[in-house]
Design a protein around this ligand. Structure first.
Ligand code: SF4
Ligand code: SF4
Length: 360
């Protein structure tokens, strides 16, 4: 069995020996600009204790460095192993992450969770945490649209535990996600339909026998036609966890076109998309690095409206520039104001009750 240290040693030495230190990945990344190329970091951490390493919790784990690397390296995997090693050594302070960990805990709790599958069904919509807490109307309308093509579709409300995964809390993540996975299997679920890029990534990497697809692909493939036609213009912002998922990116563009939106591509798109600033929860420990990503992406939009498929990206990028979630556009359900604190909790509980009543 590989220990955390073995995995880090393997990743570190591969990056050290393969990285040519060309510096291409440093462009735009405040973390690499501060600490050096991935190869330099790999060499540096070889001989020094972990408390003197460049802080891996300041890397957004966005994967952009790998997407543009001529050597096809994936430095973000090494930075995640560095996080895991530090966590294993007891050097991860959880306090700065309290807001996101409390959100995760709520999503994972019995009070907010639900698995409901009609007889004969094997597929559930898994809307994650952020969408139900910010857009309950969107979730309801999406579910009804999906039910139109799949009447025995069920729902699973819960948390995919991506924050703990990205903080390197491996044992905790495996225990909690494993519990969710086992509950889904016990209920007869064979496929989950996600809306959130983070849930999609977790289920595709750790879902085992449970297969996964996205609501965007299902809607696009079923010929779904929105009843409201937007008719405006937008640039597409691809969420970074899905930078290699061309089919999901295509589906989002197809759906936007069906709303008669004239879409344009941003300077850095698809595989080369940029983080919105939320990645890796860097905002809690090195806000200026996270803000750099947000500012860059807003600038790249050139003041055009952005359209995305991630509730997190929508709220991180929104404010000074217009950003819409593609599902809000399709279902004419854009929230009139941001739901926060106890209001977000109440709407989640109401949504849970709606599903309990709606699915027989
Ligand atoms: S782009 Fe690749 S080879 Fe060049 S410095 Fe970055 S990780 Fe190293
Ligand atoms: S922030 Fe993104 S581009 Fe920079 S090192 Fe981390 S994964 Fe790579």
């Amino acid at each position: 069995m590989h220990t955390e240290l073995d995995k880090l040693t393997t990743a570190r030495s591969f990056v050290d020996t393969t990285c040519t230190r060309c510096g291409r990945c440093e462009k735009g990344c405040a973390f690499l600009k501060a600490y050096g190329t991935p190869g330099e970091i790999a060499r540096k951490i070889r001989d020094i204790p972990h408390d003197q390493w460049p802080n891996p919790f300041e890397c957004s784990l966005c994967g952009l460095c790998g997407a543009g690397c001529p050597e096809s390296l994936r430095p973000d995997e090494m930075f995640l192993e560095m996080r895991r090693t530090r966590e294993k050594a007891g050097a991860l302070a959880l306090k700065p992450y309290a807001p996101v960990l409390n959100f995760e805990k709520r999503g994972d709790s019995e009070r907010y969770s639900l698995i409901k599958l009609p007889e004969g069904g094997d597929t559930v919509l898994f809307p994650g945490c952020a969408l139900p807490a910010s857009r309950p109307k969107t979730v309801r309308r999406l579910f009804q649209a999906l039910q139109g093509t799949m009447p025995d579709m069920g729902v699973a409300l819960g948390c995919c535990m991506k924050p703990s995964h990205d903080l390197g809390r491996t044992e905790f993540f495996e225990e909690r996600f494993g519990r969710l996975h086992d509950a889904l299997v016990a209920a007869g679920v064979k496929r989950v339909v996600t809306t959130c890029p983070n849930c999609q990534k977790v289920f595709s990497l750790h879902g085992g026998a449970i297969s996964t697809t996205t609501a965007y692909e299902m809607l696009a493939d079923s010929g779904f036609a929105p009843s409201i036609i937007d008719g405006g213009e937008a640039v597409i912002h691809d969420p970074c966890p899905q930078r290699y998922d061309g089919a999901i990116q295509d589906a989002v563009r197809t759906l936007a076109r069906r709303s008669n939106i004239k879409i344009a591509e941003m300077e850095n798109t698809r595989e080369m998309t940029r983080c919105c600033g939320e990645g890796g929860m860097v905002k809690f420990v090195r806000p200026e690095f996270a803000d750099r990503w947000t500012d860059q992406r807003r600038m790249e939009s050139q003041e055009s409206r952005m359209l995305t498929s991630c509730a997190g990206c929508t709220s991180f990028l929104g404010g000074p520039v217009a950003v819409d979630h593609v599902l809000d556009v399709l279902f004419d359900s854009k929230p009139r104001f941001a739901l926060k604190g106890p209001f977000a909790s109440i709407v989640r509980l109401k949504l849970k009750r709606w599903f309990q009543k709606t699915i027989s």
